[in-house]
Design a protein around this ligand. Structure first.
Ligand SMILES: [Zn+2]
Length: 262
């Protein structure tokens, strides 16, 4: 695991043209709150560290793209870099997260880090309004536009919703990828409610139902939400996937695209 702490938190300019779907980056960016949270983070990690036998503890926020944290330990010293998506979390969520990381550190526990208090932060509106735009800004392979050269993912989503295949997910943001990935044709961050569809399907040569089907797959993940510990592609998932009227043709197309070499 490695950190990335030298990257400036506010170093990049605002995200260009995100459309109307993206919530504004909230007050988390204000230096006052950030420094108050940094002090709270330090307090929580130092006091829990004592209970675990660490007398020299540093914990600071780091601008990782994904929600993750890292640590380096040496004897009774430990230095944590904590995802800055935790800025704004309440004290309880911070304590639970710290406790899970210490348990990982001492390898005493393999249990899920997603306690009710942490989960309630990660699935809150506040979390999304602070972090979704930040996540998009840190994602290098996204077009930041639901409109592609040929197809519009927002329209595909509305069509899936109107067919009754997915529920409404008003916070979701849809993007084409910049690179035309052949094998990894869809991606979603359940935490950030961001979906990316490979631009290889944004072409007159590929019928519209193929990208719609991949979008459908990713929307099923969004609907399932955080499911720590359980397999995301279980039998039930595949059964729901096959409710899409063109799933079979789409799967054939995806196999063809993965093989194609032009
Ligand atoms: Zn999947």
């Amino acid at each position: 695991m490695e950190g990335n702490a030298s990257t400036s938190y506010r170093g990049r300019s605002a995200v260009p043209e995100l459309g109307d779907k993206v919530l504004a980056v909230g007050d988390a960016m204000h230096a006052g709150e950030r420094s108050r949270m940094s002090a709270e983070l330090t307090d929580v990690f130092i006091s829990l560290g004592r209970e675990h036998g660490y007398d020299d503890v540093v914990a600071e926020f780091a601008p990782f793209k994904e929600f993750k944290s890292t640590w380096r330990r040496s004897g009774s010293s430990v230095r944590f870099q904590i995802s800055d998506y935790m800025v704004g979390a309440d004290h309880g969520a911070l304590e639970d997260y710290a406790a899970s990381l210490y348990e990982r550190l001492s390898r005493r526990s393999r249990k899920s880090i997603y306690t009710p208090r942490l989960t309630s932060w990660l699935t809150s509106r506040d979390f999304l309004s602070r972090n979704q735009a930040l996540y998009l800004e840190r994602s290098r392979n996204l077009s930041l536009d639901h409109r592609g050269r040929v197809y519009d993912l927002q329209e595909a989503y509305l069509s899936l919703r109107d067919q009754g295949l997915v529920r409404a997910c008003p916070d979701a943001v849809f993007n084409w990828t910049v690179r035309d990935n052949r094998r990894k044709v869809g991606y979603c961050s359940v935490l950030m409610k961001v979906v990316a569809i490979s631009s290889i399907m944004d072409s007159e040569k590929v019928p519209p139902f193929v990208s719609e089907y991949v979008l459908y797959h990713e929307l099923l993940h969004l609907q399932d939400g955080l499911r720590p510990g359980s397999r995301c592609h279980d039998r039930d998932f595949h059964e729901r996937e096959r409710l899409h009227p063109r799933w079979k043709e789409s799967e054939e197309w995806l196999r063809r695209l993965a093989r194609r070499r032009d």
